[in-house]
Structures are given as C-alpha cells and as structure tokens.
Design a protein around this ligand. Structure first.
Ligand SMILES: Nc1ncnc2c1ncn2[C@@H]1O[C@H](COP(=O)(O)OP(=O)(O)O)[C@@H](O)[C@H]1O
Ligand SMILES: Nc1ccn([C@H]2C[C@H](O)[C@@H](COP(=O)(O)OP(=O)(O)O)O2)c(=O)n1
Length: 672
C-alpha cells in the first residue's frame, strides 16, 4: 500500500496478465454480521482485508464474538442466543456497511452502545433507518446532528416490547443499506410472527438487496418479497451457520480491470475470483463496458477483457443497478468518441463524498467538459492528445475516486497523473496500485529515475532512501551491489585484483542477491551488516574498478527500473546506468564534513573509529573512484550539484524533491 502524500502514475500504454482480486466488501461485512448472529463457528474464506472489514471485526470482537484469524481463513464464533457485551463505544471509521447493520442489530439485541465514525461518517444519513427502528419501539438517540451518526442505542433495561404487528416502513430511495440493515437484523425478532417490511419510495440499488437475500439464505433465512416493495421474514427464522463461506472477489473492484482491458492496448486482462455468474450487482458493469466497446468473456469464476472498439463509444445509461462501478464509466468516457451520460445516480451524493461533484471537478482538471445535475453526470471525451491536461487528482478520502482516475494515465498525451492520498484505497483494495502496476507494461523511458551520485559519506544513501519513500518509488543502493560482489568474491577465495576480474565478473552475473524487508541476503545469508563495514566499502571500491565486474552488474541494476519510479544512488547512476534519467543530482560535502558524518555513524553503531583515519580513507576512496578508467565518479553533464555541507538531512531531501517536483507537468500546469 502506498502511504505517500501523492502517487505520480507515469503515462501507461499496455496491460497484460492475470489479476486475483480481493474479496467483496459488501459480501464480507454482511457475512461477518450474519456469522456473528449465528450459533456456532463459521469459517470465512477470502475475506476482504481492508479498513471497513477491520472495523467490523473489531466491533464483533468487542461485542463478545469469537474472531480468530488463521491465514486466509477467519473463524467467527457467533453470539447465538447470547447477549452481547454492553456499554460499548464502537468506532466504525467510514464504513457504512458496518454502521447501518450494526445499528439495526444492536437496537434489536438490547443494551447500551455508542456508535461513531470519522467526520464524513457523521455526514452520511442514517435517519430513515433510525425512524424505522424507532417505529418498532427501539430507543435510539442522535448524539450530534439529528438524522446522522454518532448514535446512542439506549436500552439499558433490555429490549422494549416491539411493535411487530404492522409492516415496518423504510425509505428505499436514499440508500438500500437501510433495508439491508433491517433484513439482516430483523430475524432476531421473528420467533413468534412473520415480520413484514415495506419499502417507501422506489428502491434504489436493488442488486445490493439481492446480495443480502442470497446471503441470508446461506444462513438459513428465506426472505420472501413482492415486487421489491414488501419483504417478509418468516416466523421462526433462525440464523444457522453454513459452516464455511467463500467470499467472492469484489465485482466493483473488478470494474477498474475490466476498464483497463478495454482501454489498454495488447491482449488484455484476465480477472480471477469473480465471474459472469456473480451474485454482485456490479458484475453488470461488464454490460456497460461492452456497450462502450470492450470485448468481455467470462465463466464461473473468471473474466477476460480486451480492447474491442477504439476509440470507445459514449453511452447513455441508467446506472441505478451499478452505482459504484458506474464511476469507472465516467473515466472511460474520456476515451470515447461521443459524450457519455450516467443517469439515476443521486446516491453518489451521499457516498464517501459527494461523488457527482467530485467526479465533475476532477474530470474537468483533466481537460474534460462535464455537465452535472442532481442525479446525472455527462462527460464529453478528450479525443485529441492536445485536449488533455496534466492534473493532480484530489481523492476526497474516497477509494473509488482514486482507483478510477488511475485509468487516466492511459491518456494519448503521455501525461503522468497525480493521485493525491493514494492510501484511501485501503477502504476496499489496499494493494490496488501494486496490482495495477503488475499488469501494465510501460516503455522503460517512461518510468522515471532520479539519480543521486556522489562521493562516500556525502549522504547519498540517506537522501535517496528518503526521496524514494516520499514519492513511493523503489530504491536502488547500487553501492550495495559492489559491496556484495566483493564479499562474495572473498568468500569464494578470490583475491580482488585484475587477475581475478573475469572470475569475479562471472560471480557477479549470477549473484544470488535478494532484498527483503530492509535486509539484504546473499543466498540464504543475511549480509546486511557484513557489507556495511569500512573494510567492505574499501573492497567494494576495489572491485568496482574492474570493468568486467561493472558490466556484469548492469542488468541487475536496470531491473530496478519498475513502476511507479526509482531513486538510484551510487557513483555512475546518471553517467552510465540511467543516462536518460530526468533528474540527476550530484551530492557532495566537504571531506571534513564527510569524515565527521561517517565517524558519528560508526560510533552510533558501536563501532570504534578514528576521524583522521576515516578522512584519509575516504580521500583515498574518492581518488580511486574518480580516477578509474571505467565509469569514474564525476557529475553527469546535466547533473545538478548539491553541496550539503551546511544542510540538514531534511533540507537536502527537500531540495531534491523541489527539483523533482518543479520538473513535473502538473507543477508546470499549476504555475503556467
Ligand atoms: N545533510 C546531510 N545529508 C545527508 N546525510 C547526512 C547529512 N548530515 C548528516 N548526514 C549523515 O551522514 C551519514 C552518511 O550518510 P550516507 O547516506 O550513509 O552516505 P553515502 O550513502 O553517501 O555514503 C549518515 O549517518 C547521515 O545520517
Ligand atoms: N554506482 C556505484 C556505486 C558504488 N560503487 C563503488 C565505489 C564505492 O567506493 C563502493 C561502495 O559504494 P557505496 O555507495 O556503498 O559506498 P558509500 O556508502 O558511499 O561509502 O562501490 C561504484 O563504483 N559505482
């Protein structure tokens, strides 16, 4: 997961490969609640691991359910008839799929609870559900704005007698989650009579109700309905664990990869975990994608998508049946040859953010003309490369905004797209960007590299690692390659000299080196500390003067150039290894400063050192590194020199970031 302030997506062109999608959020949280209300233990396979499921699991644990995580299986031992722990303060983040059903279930179980979330959760309506529960006789109070969380369920004395004789009325035209919440929870009260729920107003998002009914059936509760307006929970209904449940992959998450297959050139994308027979309504996104031009094939647990018609064609669609996935259509619309109108999407206004306003605003930043109304959005395409603008996409703490705008990186202008706060995808798909990068093919020159070269102890490694971290880029410590090669040579009994050049080069070509969790392994051996001694540095300097060894390490270093970008530090990153890098920095500091830094670094690690010896050593190393025949240490012609003798680490990092950011098209667009 990227935890950076923003993520710059380089321009993308092709996609190819197979993707296994995370579990559906809607199914995951419904299954968790049903398992929690059942007797016995339910094994849940492929549960989505995300912010929204975590808050649900924590709430269930607090209420007294058994929650046990064992690899890919989560075991929930339900309350059965037991009373949940009361007097709790449950924090539910921004998870509507936890807030609504838990409100209903806890109101029907008795006890006292406070339910709250992040500020946006407190702006998302829940009044219609509370009204329905109050009608029944439940005691629920608003702790802030009436109609919105936070809430207090105040039934310290247990449950008041419920008025179940009349049908329970609930509005269906704001969010189908209110009806879902009642359907999931009301079997708790069905011991002695049928319970009837009547929907007031047109029911939106029916496909989500289909999921609810399917899952209730899996847990032994057969709800009848008439025309989606009147639902009956039969008398004597009881939650019965099916023993195990497999969660389908998320069909809404699939929409980004269906769109990817439709937009990207090449043979297309295969999606595993969800197929055309999915119980999730958003699977019908595939029909909309087909209408725009995608070629979609599918089977029981898979989809295969490739580009068909190109450019895509605009559509005019009532999206009531695919409210979440429809956002993806709004970005696909940019690649069409006629406008796209998405209708009946009023529910977008009460989701993680006002999604109609958000989509319109961000699409306009890319250069598109957008019309919006209370319940529709119309997007005009950007047919010519010159129509596109570089943009920094604000994501409103809305995972879907972040994910669907990543598709703008396929723009024909070859512009990168900045996604702000990429971490927001954690709500449903923490590894979304990693998954995207694993499928797309990008010409190497499009993958940015920042080179930081310079003499020893100038702070290259420190600064490069920090810059990489801020940008979400990979990090190549090329010096480590030479250090490891020198160590491997000595362990193999090879003296580091010209006579053994070819043997050492052969060793370097097949170096079994592995980087994992901040450690470096040579074969199975953790050599992270062994290669950091001053002696290892000097040996590295010697081995690096052998031309055949340098050549042998080129491919290994090039392999680090991966999406979304790379920061590489060393001696010849800008001059030899990545000569086309868009930013090259030559980082240096006075010999006195460098000796002092190295001294402090060694002392802090408990290694004794003498500052005069260190200075003499580093000057000797500078001389050897700068005077060798192949790839000597020197600033690239187009490098920016940064003498950080009198800068703090943070100032040096900031300077490199400033140089980088001012070169990005987004910055230019903002300034220009
Ligand atoms: N302004 C600065 N910039 C970078 N590093 C600094 C700075 N001031 C002190 N240092 C310290 O210098 C030491 C050497 O840095 P390092 O990144 O290992 O250098 P290199 O990779 O160039 O050999 C580290 O302990 C680092 O914390
Ligand atoms: N790209 C590179 C990186 C390092 N080397 C050589 C020269 C250096 O003295 C050694 C060790 O490099 P390293 O960057 O790890 O050393 P310092 O941290 O700067 O002391 O490897 C090189 O020749 N080319």
């Amino acid at each position: 997961m990227y935890r950076t302030a923003f993520l710059d997506l380089p321009p993308l062109q092709q996609a190819h490969g197979t993707v296994q999608l995370p579990g559906s959020k809607s199914i995951s949280n419904r299954v968790l609640l049903l398992a929690a209300l059942s007797e016995g233990t339910t094994e849940v396979y492929d549960l989505l691991d995300s912010d929204d499921t975590q808050v649900m699991l924590e709430a269930l644990r607090a209420l007294g359910c058994g929650v046990e995580q064992a690899g890919a299986v989560v075991r929930i031992t339900g309350l059965g008839g037991r009373t949940p722990h009361g007097g709790l303060d449950l924090f539910l983040g921004n998870a509507g799929t936890a807030m609504r059903p838990l409100t209903a279930a806890l109101a029907l179980l008795g006890g006292e609870y406070r339910l709250s979330g992040i500020p946006r959760m407190h702006e998302r309506p829940i009044g219609d559900l509370v009204d329905a529960l109050r009608q029944l006789g439940c005691q629920i109070e608003y702790l802030g704005t009436p109609g919105y969380p936070p809430l207090r369920i105040a039934q310290a004395a247990g449950l008041p007698s419920l008025a179940l004789g009349q049908p329970i009325a609930v509005r269906g035209d704001v969010s189908s989650q209110f009806l879902t919440a009642l359907l999931l929870a009301l079997p708790l009260a069905s011991q002695s009579q049928d319970i009837v729920i009547e929907v007031v107003g047109e029911l939106i998002s029916k496909p989500y109700i289909v999921i609810t009914l399917e899952l209730l059936a899996r847990f032994g509760i057969a709800v009848r309905h008439e025309q989606w307006q009147r639902f009956t929970i039969p008398r004597g209904s009881r939650y019965r664990s099916p023993g195990s449940v497999h969660v389908e992959a998320d069909a809404s998450s699939a929409s980004y990869f269906v769109a990817l297959g439709a937009i990207a050139a090449h043979e297309g994308v295969r999606i595993q975990g969800v197929g055309l027979d999915s119980i999730q309504g958003d699977i019908r996104f595939t029909e909309a994608a087909r209408a725009m031009g995608a070629v979609v094939e599918g089977g029981p647990n898979w989809l295969q998508v490739r580009r068909g018609r190109w450019p895509l064609q605009g559509i005019d669609l009532d999206c009531n049946h695919i409210p979440d996935a429809a956002m993806t259509l709004a970005v696909m619309a940019l690649y069409a040859d006629s406008p796209t109108t998405l209708r009946n999407i009023a529910s977008w206004r009460v989701k993680e953010t006002d999604r109609i306003a958000a989509m319109a605003c961000e699409l306009r930043k890319l250069g598109a003309t957008v019309e919006e109304g209370a319940d529709f959005i119309r997007v005009f395409p950007l047919p010519a490369a010159a129509d596109w603008r570089a943009a920094s996409i604000h994501t409103y703490d809305d995972h879907r905004v972040a994910m669907c705008f990543s598709l703008a990186a396929f723009n024909p202008a070859g512009l990168p797209v900045r996604i702000e706060d990429p971490r927001c995808v954690a709500k449903t798909f923490p590894d979304y960007f990693e998954t995207l990068f694993s499928l797309v093919r990008t010409p190497l020159p499009q993958i940015p590299v920042i080179c930081i070269d310079g003499p020893t102890a100038s702070g290259k490694g420190t600064v490069a690692a920090a810059v990489a971290e801020r940008l979400g880029y990979g990090f190549l410590d090329s010096g480590a390659m030479y250090r490891i090669t020198a160590l491997a040579a000595l362990r193999a009994g090879l003296a580091i000299d010209a006579a053994h050049e070819h043997d050492i080069a052969a060793l370097a070509r097949t170096l079994p080196v592995r980087f994992a969790e901040g450690r470096i392994y040579l074969g199975g051996d953790d050599v992270s500390d062994a290669i950091r001694t001053e002696e290892a540095g000097m040996n590295a300097s010697r081995v690096s003067a052998l031309p055949a060894v340098r050549l042998a390490l080129v491919d290994l270093q090039h392999a680090f150039r991966r999406l979304p970008g790379l920061v590489a530090d060393g001696r010849d990153m800008g001059t030899v290894i990545f000569p086309d890098a868009p930013l090259k920095v030559y980082l240096t500091a006075s010999a006195t400063q460098r000796a002092e830094r190295r001294y402090k670094q060694l002392i802090s690690k408990g290694i004794s050192a003498n500052i005069d010896d260190l200075r003499a050593d580093l000057e000797a190393r500078d001389t050897r590194d700068s005077t060798r025949v192949v790839a000597p240490l020197k600033p690239a012609q187009d490098a920016l020199v940064l003498d950080n003798s009198s800068l703090t680490i943070e100032q040096a990092v900031q300077q490199v970031l400033d140089w980088w950011l001012e070169r990005q098209p987004v910055a230019v667009a903002v300034k220009g």
